[in-house]
Unconditional design. Sequence first.
Length: 157
Amino acid sequence: MYSIRKATINDISKMQDVFVKSITTSCFSDYDIQQIKIWTSSVQDNTKWQQLIVKQYTLIAFKEDEVVGFGSLEHNGIIDMLYTAPHVQRNGIAKLLHRALESKALELHLLTLTAEVSLTAVPFFKKMRYNLLSEQKKEYKGVLFTNFTMQKKVTVI
């Protein structure tokens, strides 16, 4: 059984490991090698990862001492990150994390959740009852990425 708890600074390296493995394993059919390399290079931005813990509501999913997923919610209702380790994908971990983030959104009296998601993540967010608002092209470190803005009304779980 997997558990969820609030992430701490001490979890960052394990979260980064999940982040890189998730992208390099799951996104290769939707993004090219250059895009994946640039995307995963953001693990080198330690300030960004520390801010994820300090400024956002960030949760990790774990079993014993293994971190298998994480998700974060900004206080304005934006789901910033939601990643699961490849060996546990499609086992309900992302859903478990999302439900916990949605519960926090209810606590904060937020009416909607918004996420900018990869092509790979669109099916998951559709299952979570998000609506597709727009497709967009974004440049990051000189490389163009396609992602999607999705949104849902926060509901009692």
